[in-house]
Design a protein around this ligand. Structure first.
Ligand SMILES: Cc1cc2nc3c(=O)[nH]c(=O)nc-3n(C[C@H](O)[C@H](O)[C@H](O)COP(=O)(O)O)c2cc1C
Length: 321
């Protein structure tokens, strides 16, 4: 998710789930080719498996960027056909690509010819107010003909005018039934549903008829949810994860990042602010980890202070009235 996720976030999420496939935010193919490959593609091996999502509409540039992504170790290359932002529309990629299925097919084909790893597509179910099923069915059909076998479907239309990208994730109605219809019409293809999933019940209901789900905002805001996924959805033995141990692993990572690349700890810590979501004292713990006045402190000392702030709330709550 642009402006939210990065390799530090994926390092954190991977501590919580070993099996979930993680995606990068959209990386512009042009930026990969001309803006410093390392800056855009640097990753930690501990993040694996990770798919690189590319934005672009030029088959040759996308193929070259996909090849770079594969060389940097990404296990899947995904093409964004779902982003409605104006900047992206001006570049004629993102969601507006859905209006040009042949171009998307050409992009997919060029990328597939360039890499061994799977090339997948993330898209919406329609553009503007047109809710006809034929539009998305034909899009999927044409892109599948070019060799794409995996579709991640954000189950709402993209309205390209009049609303912000944020509103575009909230206002156009979710229509999960469209994704199920796609699965029925293309049973050999793999469909993962995305949009508005925020509980195990909601995920389980979708997995009954589809191949997978993608979770965005809830995973970011409530990352502890991920700690249940391996056992619930991947058949793994339950792990006895503790929030404290995850926080400590992140502090070690912050120290390593600081030494190797000069990364200030707040750039890493910002992703884990939801770790204690819903627990007593979480707000005070979070306030310490977001306090930029402490940015010169070693991350370990910040953790000690954050825990003290959280425990003080607990101690007060434990005292007899
Ligand atoms: C801040 C933010 C940035 C996003 N950036 C991307 C992006 O780079 N690529 C993408 O495919 N979707 C992006 N999305 C959309 C999400 O991937 C997802 O499709 C959408 O939020 C609906 O799923 P959710 O309800 O699980 O969050 C972004 C969402 C947010 C909130």
């Amino acid at each position: 998710m642009l402006d939210w996720t990065d390799r530090h976030c994926r390092y954190f999420h991977r501590l919580l789930s070993r099996h979930a496939l993680l995606y990068t935010e959209m990386v512009n193919a042009g930026a990969v080719l001309h803006g410093g490959t390392e800056r855009h593609l640097r990753r930690n091996e501990e993040e694996d498996p990770v798919a690189l999502q590319l934005g672009g509409c030029e088959p040759t540039a996308l193929a070259l960027a996909a090849r770079q992504g594969e060389a940097w170790g990404y296990q899947e290359i995904n093409l964004n056909c779902g982003c409605p932002s104006e900047r992206v529309q001006r570049g004629a990629f993102g969601a507006s690509l859905m209006k040009e299925p042949q171009l998307v097919a050409d992009c997919v084909k060029a990328m597939r010819d360039a890499v061994q790893v799977p090339v997948t597509v993330k898209h919406r179910i329609g553009i503007g107010r047109d809710e006809s099923y034929d539009f998305v069915r034909d899009f999927v059909g044409q892109v599948a003909d070019a060799g794409c076998e995996v579709f991640i479907v954000h189950a709402r239309n993209a309205w390209l005018e009049g609303i912000s990208p944020k509103q575009n994730r909230e206002i156009p109605p979710l229509r999960y039934e469209v994704v199920h219809r796609l699965k029925a019409d293309f049973p050999a293809l793999t469909f993962a549903l995305n949009g508005g999933l925020a509980s195990d019940d909601a995920v389980t209901a979708q997995l009954a008829g589809l191949d997978g789900v993608m979770i965005g905002r809830e995973a970011y805001h409530n990352p502890w949810w991920l700690a249940r996924w391996d056992a619930l959805y991947f058949g793994a033995a339950p792990q006895a994860l503790e929030r404290e141990a995850i926080e400590e692993a992140m502090v070690d990572y912050m120290a390593r990042e600081q030494t190797r690349y000069g990364t200030p700890w707040p750039s890493v810590a910002r992703h884990m602010l939801g770790l204690r979501h819903g627990l007593r004292g979480a707000r005070l713990w979070r306030q310490v980890w977001s306090d930029h006045h402490l940015k010169e402190w070693p991350a370990h000392a910040v953790m000690v202070r954050a825990r003290a702030a959280q425990n003080a709330v607990q101690d007060r709550a434990d005292q007899p009235a």
